[in-house]
Design a protein around this ligand. Structure first.
Ligand SMILES: C[S@@+](CC[C@H](N)C(=O)[O-])C[C@H]1O[C@@H](n2cnc3c(N)ncnc32)[C@H](O)[C@@H]1O
Length: 450
């Protein structure tokens, strides 16, 4: 694991063999195409934090694990045995901060196999494979080192794309993407000051550093309910890179004719950036999302934070179906994307995406940008953002838009944020040791006379 630990309560931890079984259950679901949250929902609630910590560690070694398994196993075992074997191999890969000693892992892995009817028959096979790995470890590591996908633990197409888009920083980005992310929160300044919250946390033994205008980075991640002020709406979990959106859009926007600012958050759920906008400004916010279940989560989040927006379930790319014809002073388009910038928090993403997904998402982003632009008032601003490090979802998208639109002017904005990269420190002065996700921002102004 990296320098940050993910929420995981060790004191009441169930036996390791049970945790390994739970991790393998979730891994099997990821291998069938589910994301990590869906996969972990299949695991008993009591085992979930431990299963998540193990699953993330396994996924951060996934390229290596696939390469090792290919050399150790001739015939693919059953899906449950395969998931357990891969869990074991990934956790046995030599690592600066091993989670468990290898002899403990091997004995608990075999125990896990024996205790599940679905893997019982293959316990000896799992045992033989992991012991052979330990015996031949040096040679196997050397053989697999030559494969970029094993070295970087990313699919080859992903490595190629990051390398092509960021020739100077691709290794730093890939390396940072494999580390565990810190737990970063945004203070709800409507309800409490950052100083007052820090003082309350200090008393409760929660240590944190400030980041940006409204953020705090915890020294140690913890489940949200165990940290003072979550239920009261004093803070929300949000990465430091994401906390740039609301200030970037709001800076320079002025209410017209004494009316409150009219803002549209076009892809808003689960409402992290909507809430930040409302915490910063007295604005009328329409928060739109095409996904009804995610809109419900957004409504719940806004309620907890004591904020109000008009939540609308609709397709932002089809304004005639939901727009009342009144222009917006500001539009936030946090477009659907590959999420290639948030792999630290979602290590399943590179393995769930296909290379062909990128073009499809870029086409959706383009359609959203074109559909929403006419809804902006002259002199208004649209902030386009994606949590991606791929140029086709950021720089290229905006260059193409500007090339075909003489009403739009690109204003300076922070970033792009690239995980682990210092290059933006001129614009991002409190880059907090580069400990943020990858984000692309482009702030576009509609010319006042347009
Ligand atoms: C990156 S997430 C938004 C995260 C959110 N802005 C936040 O800060 O919490 C992208 C969202 O876009 C939504 N979405 C995708 N296509 C859409 C469309 N055509 N219209 C509206 N929402 C869409 C997805 O359901 C998803 O919730």
């Amino acid at each position: 694991m990296g320098s940050h630990s993910e929420p995981h309560s060790a004191s009441l931890a169930p036996p390791l063999w049970q945790q390994l079984q739970a991790c393998a259950t979730a891994l099997q679901a990821v291998l069938q195409g589910r994301n990590h949250a869906q996969a972990l929902s299949l695991v008993d609630l009591r085992l979930r934090p431990a299963a998540q910590a193990l699953l993330f560690a396994v996924l951060r070694q996934w390229g290596r694990t696939l390469a090792l398994k290919k050399r150790l196993v001739q015939r693919q075992p059953s899906a449950p045995a395969n998931a357990l074997l891969c869990t074991g191999l990934a956790l046995l890969v030599p690592n600066e901060q091993p989670m468990y000693p290898s002899h403990t892992l091997v004995s608990q892995l075999v125990e896990a196999a024996k205790r599940d009817p679905a893997t019982k028959e293959q316990a000896a096979f799992v045992n033989a494979c992991v012991r052979r790995f330990l015996r031949e470890q040096d040679a196997l590591m050397l053989q697999t080192d030559v494969l970029p996908s094993a070295q970087w633990n990313m699919p080859q197409w992903w490595i190629d794309r990051v390398r092509q888009d960021h020739p100077a920083h691709w290794q730093t980005i890939l390396h940072a993407s494999q580390q565990a992310a810190p737990m970063t929160v945004r203070v709800n300044q409507r309800l409490i000051s950052r100083q007052a919250l820090l003082a309350q946390w200090e008393e409760a033994g929660v240590r944190a550093d400030v980041i940006g205008e409204h953020g705090l980075v915890l020294h140690q991640a913890k489940p949200v309910q165990t940290i003072p002020g979550f239920a009261q709406g004093w803070w929300s979990v949000q990465d430091g890179g994401a906390q740039w959106a609301a200030p970037l859009l709001l800076k320079g926007l002025k209410p017209r004719d004494g009316q409150p600012l009219r803002l549209l958050d076009a892809c808003a759920a689960p409402g992290g950036k909507t809430a930040h906008l409302l915490e910063c400004a007295d604005a009328e916010v329409t928060a739109l999302d095409v996904d009804a279940a995610r809109c419900q989560r957004m409504a719940d989040n806004l309620k907890r934070l004591q904020l109000k927006a008009e939540v609308v379930v609709a397709d932002a790319a089809k304004p005639p179906t939901w727009w009342d014809g009144r222009v917006f002073d500001g539009i936030l388009l946090d477009a659907p994307c590959t999420a290639s910038g948030i792999v630290r928090r979602h290590p399943d993403i590179p393995w769930l995406r296909r290379a062909s997904d990128v073009a499809g998402l870029a086409a959706q982003q383009k359609a959203l940008l074109h559909a929403l632009w006419p809804l902006l008032a002259p002199g208004g601003r649209l902030l386009y953002c994606t949590c991606s490090v791929f140029a086709s979802e950021g720089r290229d998208q905006i260059q193409a838009f500007l090339a075909n639109n003489n009403q739009a002017r690109l204003l300076p904005s922070a970033g792009p944020f690239l995980p682990g990269v210092t290059a933006n420190e001129e614009t991002v002065t409190d880059n907090h040791a580069r400990d943020h996700d990858g984000f692309f921002y482009a702030l576009l102004e509609r010319r006042p006379d347009a």
